[in-house]
Design a protein around this ligand. Structure first.
Ligand SMILES: NC(=O)c1ccc[n+]([C@@H]2O[C@H](COP(=O)([O-])OP(=O)(O)OC[C@H]3O[C@@H](n4cnc5c(N)ncnc54)[C@H](OP(=O)(O)O)[C@@H]3O)[C@@H](O)[C@H]2O)c1
Length: 274
């Protein structure tokens, strides 16, 4: 069925969410929660099979439309492709969730240049460009929300994951500035900052952190993020661990935080990232 034929519920009274990185982990939990709350959803990732499996799960449990599209958001022009795809399903987007991301650990000087480029493109360019594309219509309607998933890793610089932490710090600064700029205009800008969350993220990054006692579930992250939307809070942390991380990052000098974090994250000396 083509997108036009499928577009049977183009009804502005039904909220519509676009979720990136929805094939697994936190993004898949956003999809479950929002579909359960009556949203039609467009799910984006690269893994078609996982997206389709999730689509079937949501169609069994909820009565909403679920569309899936495979798109590599680390490519230039991915934001335009996302925006155009979204328009083939519904003209009005109520909620954009910029969630897709991946981790990289190790000595920066050894990291493959291609992965560095993908991360910068995916975490920063695609998020900023997508926000630029989706925001104006929300402002015109005085309605809508954009959630960007950053991380507690953005609260201070972290050796051996310098680039990752810096992209997340960028997302926090970008979202906070934008929230202030658009304040009172009916659109909510949220930057959600999970701590260690139990997903495939760490395995994909090839690193298992030493401290996993305080791992949070993706469901808890999503519940906290969505429950915070009505309050229009910009920076959202998860549970007491998140509040503690934020507080610590404000009172303890970054030099000390970096020394502690660097020790925790430092890879064994024989790790080869190439
Ligand atoms: N897990 C944690 O401890 C943690 C903590 C703080 C923040 N976060 C952030 O939370 C977000 C979600 O991570 P997660 O924990 O749910 O990890 P995950 O389970 O590995 O999921 C990552 C998602 O991002 C998608 N993705 C990755 N690269 C992509 C690309 N080039 N194009 C399109 N989609 C892409 C993946 O889809 P495909 O594989 O199908 O492409 C997958 O759906 C990330 O931004 C991450 O930085 C995670």
């Amino acid at each position: 069925m083509s997108a036009d034929e499928e577009c049977v519920s183009n009804n502005p009274s039904i909220p519509f969410a676009v979720i990136t990185g929805a094939s697994r982990g936190i993004g898949a939990e956003y999809a479950r929660a929002l579909s359960g709350q009556g949203y039609d959803v467009l799910l984006i990732g690269r893994d078609k099979e996982r997206l389709e499996t999730l689509r079937q799960e949501l169609l069994r449990t909820d009565q909403r439309e679920v569309w899936v599209e495979s798109l590599d958001l680390s490519q230039p022009q991915a934001a335009e492709a996302l925006y155009n795809l979204s328009g083939t399903y519904r003209s009005e987007v109520s909620l954009l969730i910029n969630n897709a991301g991946f981790g990289m650990y190790g000595e920066f000087a050894d990291m493959p240049m291609a992965n560095i480029r993908y991360m910068l493109q995916l975490h920063m360019n695609t998020v900023v460009e997508s926000t630029r594309l989706f925001l104006p219509a929300m402002l015109a309607r005085k309605q809508g929300a954009i959630i960007t998933v950053a991380s507690v890793a953005g609260f201070f610089p972290i050796p051996y994951m310098s680039e990752y932490a810096a992209t997340k710090a960028f997302l926090i600064a970008f979202s906070e500035g934008l929230a202030q700029e658009t304040k009172g205009q009916g659109v909510t800008i949220q930057v959600c900052c999970p701590g260690f969350t139990d997903t495939d993220f760490h395995q994909t990054a090839g690193h298992q952190p030493k401290q996993v006692f305080f791992a949070q579930s993706a469901r808890k992250v999503v519940q906290t993020s969505l429950q915070a939307l009505p309050s229009k809070r910009t920076l959202v942390t998860i549970g007491w661990q998140g509040r503690l991380s934020l507080w610590i990052s404000k009172i303890i000098p970054h030099k000390i935080m970096m020394a502690i974090a660097g020790k925790a994250v430092k890879p064994p000396s024989n790790t080869n990232l190439r």
